[in-house]
Design a protein around this ligand. Sequence first.
Ligand code: GLU
Length: 474
Amino acid sequence: MSATDNTTAPVVTRFAPSPTGFLHLGGARTALFNWLFAKHHGGKFLLRIEDTDRVRSTQAAIDAILDGMRWLGLDWDGDAVFQFARATRHAEVANELVARGHAYRCWMTPAEIDAQRAAAQAAKQPLRIRSPWRDRTDGPADRRFVVRLKAPREGATTIDDRVQGAVTVQNAELDDLVLLRSDGTPTYMLAVVVDDHDMSVTHVIRGDDHLNNAFRQLPIIRAMGWPEPTYAHVPMIHGADGGKLSKRHGAVGVEAYRDELGILPEALDNYLLRLGWGHGDAEIITRAQAVEWFDLRAVGKAPSRFDLRKLDSLNGHYLREAGDARLAALAGERLGMSDDPALDLLTRAMPALKPRAANLNELADSAHFLFAARPLDVDADAAPLLDGDARATLARAHAALDAVQHWDTETTETAVRVVADAAGLKLGQVAQPLRVALTGRRASPGIFDVLALLGRDESLARIADQALAEEPAA
Ligand code: GLU
């Protein structure tokens, strides 16, 4: 434990998403920071689904969030806690606060609240409800009431935030927030506090859009006499233009990075970690290093900008590191190839393919030629490479390769070099038409790797298809 973590309780963090959409990048980063902080301190990382908004919370969103977290390797301890199911407990705490004199029943009518709102508007002041029931208990027994917190009005509240530093709000600026609605249901503000307490959360690490909420939550915690968590409010992620990251910047859900952009989870984790946190100039940071190094002091105060090019370059690194069989399965999924021979071929192809790809889409695309049916479709920009003497050259290459005994990268290279030398051509002048004949494209892995991967029969047949073809009539 570092010197400033002077609590004695074991560290417990939590990620508390509202299941109203996909797991977005900001949420994934919050989860990652909580996960790393817990692991760094040998503590626990818990998951709470904040599903109290019954209209906007969906099972599909819950599934997407759990799926995204599993994909990113952010496993949580114990079962996920569902907030809505704990409403009775939340109400119990509100009633306890009433019994202790820290909260009160408020019978203000909508008309009275409207009048305060209008007065605040006229005075150009924010609305702060001042309830006449704060110190009275003799409300009408036959009318419904809400339960409000009796928030302190004098003095100031300071939060010593691990990221934002000391932040102070005058208590006069806070109002007596509602804890229980008139139908008896708890408010979000109450639910968060009760759940964090009951889950023994010691560190609340979340987006800085919740900093204002902390000033409304802390008085509830103090009124109950509960231990106060350490807060760390992490700045938002912005898009390249400096605005808060949103749909207009492209994909915001992690599943799109996986499914559409072909990013590996370890690359996204590394990227999200570096977005707003640093350890010297380290860019490539393994999970083990992240657990060892992570602390809240190195979280920046300024919003960070999302940069897809950086993510792609990290992803390229992790693709080169990744195991061939794993990449073969991922590329195979994208190509619709999952049978054993296809996966075996893809696995053998990976050492030649993966150095050239920045993401799984490029990787799958570069493997396409392995499964292409004869006669190959030749890309429009590659077709001119078969003009002139190229088809005659292919015929010679075919004859030379046909004589190769043990077919591999070396023997095929020797044969092609002999053809080039005999014809007074540079190696590239033979390799380029061969590439087009074998892959249908201008670019591919090294041509001898391509020959070896396709094997003798398929290679010779593809070369023959182009070598023997008639020049198209002009
Ligand atoms: N449910 C809140 C959200 O998704 C987070 C609440 C919290 O972390 O305290 O923004």
